[in-house]
Design a protein around this ligand. Structure first.
Ligand SMILES: CCCCCCC/C=C/C(=O)SCCNC(=O)CCNC(=O)[C@H](O)C(C)(C)COP(=O)(O)OP(=O)(O)OC[C@H]1O[C@@H](n2cnc3c(N)ncnc32)[C@H](O)[C@@H]1OP(=O)(O)O
Ligand SMILES: Cc1cc2nc3c(=O)[nH]c(=O)nc-3n(C[C@H](O)[C@H](O)[C@H](O)COP(=O)(O)OP(=O)(O)OC[C@H]3O[C@@H](n4cnc5c(N)ncnc54)[C@H](O)[C@@H]3O)c2cc1C
Length: 664
């Protein structure tokens, strides 16, 4: 802290709960807290991981710097004998998108999920030691969302027992894969399998891309980076790549064969594993993206909350201090729902991780029954949480006024890094429409005796939910979780049923689905919000130790659902789930909760336990020492290296001279 002064000390004294215990709740357990606390400090205290100049570096320097950091991180991981969990925390706190994200986050999981035991035995040890570096090469120039539309071909040649990987058109060029452009030696490449002139759908193939001796592309391979992306620094540390194949041959055993096998004589044999498992890596990553959403949102909220307590504007009485902007009700009504959402996403992310682990264990035992539920939950929650987070980061920038627009606020880069999460791993609308199909299928099966399960189980009480009347009579009734859950269930159920009814009027269901797709997306949002609300409420039913911790979480949970109810009151009113009077009472209660959050706001963001290094924001500094540090940082900008700028003699002086002579 600057000179030991904590400008937010008074704010911290207002906390009504045990912050240390809240840190443990946020981390998930004592164990994860200990690791993340230790590793985040290790990274923060190592100058080799400094992020200071990232937004000012030209691309080539930026990228080389990322390579340096990634290689140094790997050295530290090995020197310190870090466990897998610690290593992944270290990469997280280094906080720089890099090829390693795809190597550990997609290449390895793809081999684990879609490779046979033999294939895993061969490839995983190489990948774990980083003796090969891999990427996930699915998307092409012409197709990303429509995976079945991919054009790259993998044609089996029975003469040589090989697949011939080929890019037949320009649009079949692989385009976007992270780590591909400049680093990966290998990729899991998705291509149309062709044997004996017959097509057998999309499959994954392990393809070597570069020579291990000198990193040059193998014969028949054209490979490069796709160019600068949105923002300074940001995702430009990543080498998203382009890749073309000209009849590249790979051995038959490099097709990932857990889902289907190609025999020596070119026959395709389906295993009893469902075909959808070819999409399994995406389910895994979507689940991690939900967990990441709470990290990105909490970061932005931490910056905006601390700065809102430091910043004063208007309202001075008799020469006294002006009002802290955090005390304006408008600031609270924009900021506190985002704070509550960060906590809500943390808990739903925790639950989704559990669900994914459970599904994985079942898949290993050949139980595929919960795969549709895992697909629906990961697709829907990925869409909901990333959209709210991207919008939330931008709202936090606005909450910081003009200074939020400075790169030193950390918010522009955070936004630029984060916003593609709404697109990658499945465009959010495309994924919502996947969930819509599952919802409509569920509604159409009601009454058939097949009871909906998991997060759709509430649909099993459809008769009751269609009759439901909310009995809130006073504002505090909205603090009753049972009442809230029913209102959210009834809203989601009625919106789905209304879509299903409209859909049934179309002779062609596909035409109906396309026509109603915008309404369907709204029904999916209602369904996904219900999941988040219900998981937050479930969390509160657990034993949560620490003075005042559970109480604070109850307040945040109330803020989360009442804000949603207020924002989407059109849905609740149109479906007659609440009356106008009840909606108004919900808003009254929400204002009461905002004033309960206010004294705890700084402590609630301290509970994220982020170091100043990780936050990367002068506005969000732990000590609140904003103005001197902003002033100091401005002078470090390269534009201030000279008093008179480069270009003065060429452009400014002649201009001024010309104006002077025009006057004369
Ligand atoms: C930690 C790493 C750091 C992250 C960095 C980010 C790097 C980014 C990487 C990427 O972006 S990789 C590329 C990601 N690409 C996508 O996400 C593409 C999105 N598109 C799709 O997922 C699919 O093509 C589609 C939209 C699901 C449509 O596929 P398709 O036309 O083949 O299927 P449908 O006919 O719609 O459905 C058939 C059947 O399958 C079920 N299903 C679909 N997807 C899955 C799945 N992932 N898992 C399980 N089941 C799935 C679907 O519900 C249908 O079921 P039924 O109705 O037949 O029961
Ligand atoms: C930063 C970044 C990193 C990436 N990393 C990788 C990677 O490592 N590996 C990899 O393989 N890919 C990667 N991708 C690609 C990514 O997965 C795709 O861009 C993504 O799946 C979206 O597909 P698309 O680009 O084809 O979008 P499109 O589908 O072309 O979307 C364009 C618009 O059309 C709409 N749309 C499309 N289909 C429908 C429909 N059926 N109904 C209604 N609207 C529709 C979408 O909502 C969107 O508004 C990355 C992308 C980005 C931005």
């Amino acid at each position: 802290m600057e000179g030991g002064v904590d400008y937010l000390a008074d704010e911290r004294k207002k906390a009504e709960f045990d912050v240390q215990q809240m840190k443990i709740v946020w981390a998930g357990s004592h164990h994860t807290f200990e690791i993340s606390d230790r590793i985040s400090k290790l990274v923060a205290n190592d100058p080799a991981f400094s992020k200071d100049e990232r937004t000012m570096l030209p691309r080539k320097e930026l990228f080389k710097n990322t390579l340096r950091k990634a290689s140094y991180a790997w050295k530290r991981i090995n020197d310190l004998h870090l466990s897998e969990e610690e290593a992944s925390q270290l990469r997280f706190y280094v906080d720089e998108p890099a090829f390693t994200d795809l190597h550990w986050g997609m290449f390895i999981p793809a081999i684990k999920g879609q490779g046979t035991d033999e294939q895993q035995k061969k490839w995983l040890p190489l990948a774990y030691k980083m003796q090969i570096i891999g990427c996930y090469a699915q998307t092409e120039l012409g197709h990303g969302s429509n995976v079945q539309g991919l054009e790259t071909t993998a044609t089996f040649d029975p003469q040589t027992d090989e697949f011939v990987i080929h890019s037949p058109t320009l649009t079949s060029s692989k385009w976007w894969p992270g780590g591909l452009g400049k680093v990966s030696t290998h990729g899991v490449v998705y291509a149309r399998l062709i044997t004996d002139g017959q097509e057998h759908g999309i499959h994954g193939f392990i393809v070597q891309l570069r020579r291990l001796e000198d990193h040059r592309p193998l014969p028949g391979i054209i490979i490069g980076d796709i160019g600068m992306k949105f923002g300074n620094g940001a995702y430009n540390t990543m080498d998203n790549g382009v890749l073309r194949f000209d009849h590249v041959r790979i051995p038959r055993d490099q097709m990932l064969m857990r889902v289907s096998q190609v025999t020596r004589d070119g026959k395709v044999v389906q295993s009893d594993v469902p075909r959808q498992l070819v999409y399994g890596t995406m389910v895994y990553v979507r689940q991690t993206i939900v967990q990441d959403a709470s990290c990105a949102l909490s970061r932005a909220v931490c910056i905006a909350t601390r700065y809102s307590a430091v910043r004063r504007q208007f309202g001075s009485h008799n020469g006294g201090p002006e009002t802290q902007v955090i005390d304006y009700k408008t600031q609270q009504s924009r900021l506190f729902p985002l704070l509550a959402s960060a906590y809500a996403f943390r808990f739903v992310g925790e639950w989704l991780k559990w669900l994914y682990t459970d599904v994985t264990q079942r898949l290993q035992a050949n139980d595929f029954s919960t795969l549709p539920e895992a697909h629906a939950c990961t697709a829907g929650l990925k869409s909901l949480t990333t959209s709210v987070t991207a919008d939330g980061i931008e709202e936090c920038r606005k909450l910081c006024g003009g200074h939020g627009y400075l790169c030193t606020s950390g918010l522009p880069e955070l936004f630029a890094v984060y916003v593609p999460a709404c697109t990658y791993e499945g465009d959010n609308i495309v994924l919502m429409l996947q969930v819509a199909r599952i919802l409509m299928k569920t509604v159409s099966q009601l009454g058939s005796g097949k009871l909906p399960v998991g997060t759709m189980a509430y649909m099993g009480r459809i008769e009751h939910l269609l009759q439901y009347r909310c009995n809130v009579q006073k504002a505090e009734d909205w603090l009753n979780p049972a009442i809230v859950l029913e209102a959210f269930e009834a809203r989601a159920a009625r919106m789905s049923v209304s879509c299903a009814k409209k859909l049934s009027k179309f002779a062609n269901p596909e035409e109906g689905f396309a026509e109603l797709s915008a309404d369907l997306v709204e029904a999916v949002v209602a369904h996904c919000q219900l999941i988040v609300v219900s998981k937050f409420i479930e969390k509160l039913q657990q034993d949560i130790p620490g003075k005042g911790v559970k109480q604070q979480l109850k307040v945040l949970c109330g803020v989360y659902y009442l804000f949603l109810l207020h924002k989407h009151q059109g849905d609740f009113l149109a479906t007659s789930c609440v009356t106008p009077k009840q909606a108004s009472l919900a808003n009254d209660q929400l204002r009461v909760l905002y004033s309960q959050v206010r004294p705890n706001a700084i402590a609630l963001v301290d509970a994220f336990n982020y170091t100043d290094h990780f936050l990367g924001s002068i506005l969000g500094r732990y000590d609140g020492n904003v103005y001197p540090k902003l002033y100091e940082a401005a002078w470090k900008d390269p534009l201030n290296d000279s008093v008179v700028p480069d270009g003065y003699h060429q452009y400014i002086r002649p201009l001024l001279k010309q104006q002077r002579s025009a006057k004369l």
